[in-house]
Ligand binder design. Structure first.
Ligand code: CTP
Length: 210
């Protein structure tokens, strides 16, 4: 299969030296890309800024902001059989990007943010028959309820639900993989490599062999 994986955080620039981002390490997405490659698939990895080495045998596309990631993903999407969005895409970006470094002033500084595009929800709208879409749900409460909501609202086939305390920055993870046909499979706690291999095995297999 042709598989597109996204990984890591995005950075939303404020001025030449500052940005808004999040604590995603990219480890889970990179582990999924490597697991998919090892299973014999043709893998494209769209990665936000991370400090991980480029995996061998994977086509790597770098993206900085949510808008960059959206462009890279939409460009590749028509050629993909499966997309797994593991990136922690920023939901908001500064309304204005200053060309010059913002100087401090007396008093408070109010930062106005606007919504970025929900890449996965847009893919859910563009999805063609035969294309499989999978996302992650990072939650700090009501894990399965919120994940099921995202699965339905974004028109996904699969969602890997994980609590933020389990997965962010660590080498291990526990996910509950929810499928659009009511499947619910707990994977882990285990290394991100083994959790990733299991996720790929389930999502990238035809329904009859699952
Ligand atoms: N996602 C995306 N584009 C965004 C935000 C999220 O494609 N602008 C994708 C993520 O890659 C992930 C899924 O949507 O696969 C869910 O992301 P998550 O941060 O858990 O949830 P949100 O949809 O952003 O909702 P909320 O922040 O309210 O929990």
């Amino acid at each position: 299969m042709k598989i597109l994986v996204t990984a890591g955080p995005t950075r939303e620039r404020l001025d030449p030296v500052r940005f808004i981002s999040n604590r995603s390490s990219g480890k889970m997405g990179y582990a999924i890309a490597c697991a998919a490659r090892d299973a014999g698939h043709e893998v494209t990895l769209v990665s936000g800024p991370v400090s991980l080495p480029a995996p061998e045998g994977v086509s790597l596309v770098r993206a900085e902001s949510a808008a960059d990631m959206a462009r890279a993903v939409f460009d590749a999407f028509p050629r993909q059989d499966l997309v797994i969005m593991a990136a922690a895409v920023a939901d908001y970006r500064p309304v204005e990007i200053s060309e010059k470094k913002i100087k401090k002033q007396p008093g408070d500084f109010v930062l106005r943010l606007e919504r970025t595009m929900d890449i996965l929800a847009e893919l859910g709208k563009r999805k063609c028959p035969g294309q499989i879409l999978a996302g992650f749900a990072a939650e700090s409460e009501n894990l399965l309820e919120n994940a099921r909501k995202k699965l339905a609202e974004k028109n996904l086939d699969w969602i890997a639900a994980n609590t933020v305390s389990d997965g962010f920055g660590t080498d291990t993870n526990t996910v509950t993989l929810l499928g659009r046909n009511g499947e619910a499979l707990v994977i882990g706690p285990d290394s991100k490599a083994r959790v990733a291999a299991k996720i790929v095995e389930i999502i990238a297999s035809p329904p009859a062999t699952r």
